[in-house]
Design a protein around this ligand. Structure first.
Ligand SMILES: CC(C)(COP(=O)(O)OP(=O)(O)OC[C@H]1O[C@@H](n2cnc3c(N)ncnc32)[C@H](O)[C@@H]1OP(=O)(O)O)[C@@H](O)C(=O)NCCC(=O)NCCS
Length: 186
């Protein structure tokens, strides 16, 4: 049976990280990520113009978790409690026991295995606690870092949809990756 219950909010810890609920006070750090054209080049969402946009996104993420429709964690370093990135199940298809994972990490923190560590605990939570059957990720074909992270985390490339979405004034390709629960040691 699927078990999607995000109250109380499931805080997750890894060797170096704490994944916790986002707070309004995280807005300045989230704004740094969401307003940076380079960071957002593969994420088809409007760039944040002010910290108010980031605050609104934090509220939306927390409302979504309160309704058990999705979950986003702030990624923080143990002992620092400053948002350095986010990761979450941005879409959940309950009828299919399937969720789509999304993530972003501050450029200064990239290349240190941080998102791989965060993703591993989120995958564990998805299969073990939520009882998902599959976890998907949708990646721009030019997003090598994201594709490598997924492949190194045991995701398989399943298909490439060409120019199938029209967002922010242009057509976007999507490469679909997924990980099935059989590939995960329960
Ligand atoms: C994708 C992203 C989260 C990766 O985070 P990260 O913490 O730097 O990734 P990691 O250091 O955990 O790397 C995981 C693996 O991928 C590999 N990798 C990461 N970036 C890579 C790159 N640019 N080129 C080749 N390999 C790369 C690492 O070598 C590592 O492999 P290993 O386990 O064998 O050492 C980060 O680049 C990011 O925030 N990008 C912008 C936002 C974005 O595009 N989000 C995804 C939308 S689908």
């Amino acid at each position: 049976m699927l078990n999607i219950q995000f109250t109380p909010f499931p805080e997750l810890a890894t060797e170096r990280l704490v994944l916790r609920r986002m707070r309004p006070a995280d807005a300045p750090q989230l704004f740094v990520l969401r307003s940076d054209p380079e960071m957002m080049q593969f994420i088809p969402r409007p760039l944040h113009q002010t910290e108010a946009d980031s605050l609104a996104l934090i509220d939306l993420c927390n409302d979504t978790a309160d309704k058990n429709d999705g979950i986003s964690w702030a990624v923080t370093e143990k002992g620092k409690d400053v948002l350095i990135g986010t990761i979450g199940f941005v879409k959940i298809q309950k009828e299919h026991f399937r969720a789509e994972v999304g993530y972003i990490l501050h450029p200064a923190m990239q290349g240190k295995g941080i998102m791989k560590e965060a993703l591993a605990t989120v995958i564990d939570y998805g299969f073990r606690e939520m009882k998902l059957h599959s976890i998907a990720a949708i990646v721009d074909p030019a997003n090598t870092a994201s594709a490598m992270l997924l492949e190194k985390s045991g995701f398989m490339k399943e298909g490439h949809l060409r120019e199938h979405e029209f967002l922010l004034g242009r057509f976007w390709d999507s490469v679909i990756y997924s990980k099935l629960k059989y590939s995960f040691e329960l």
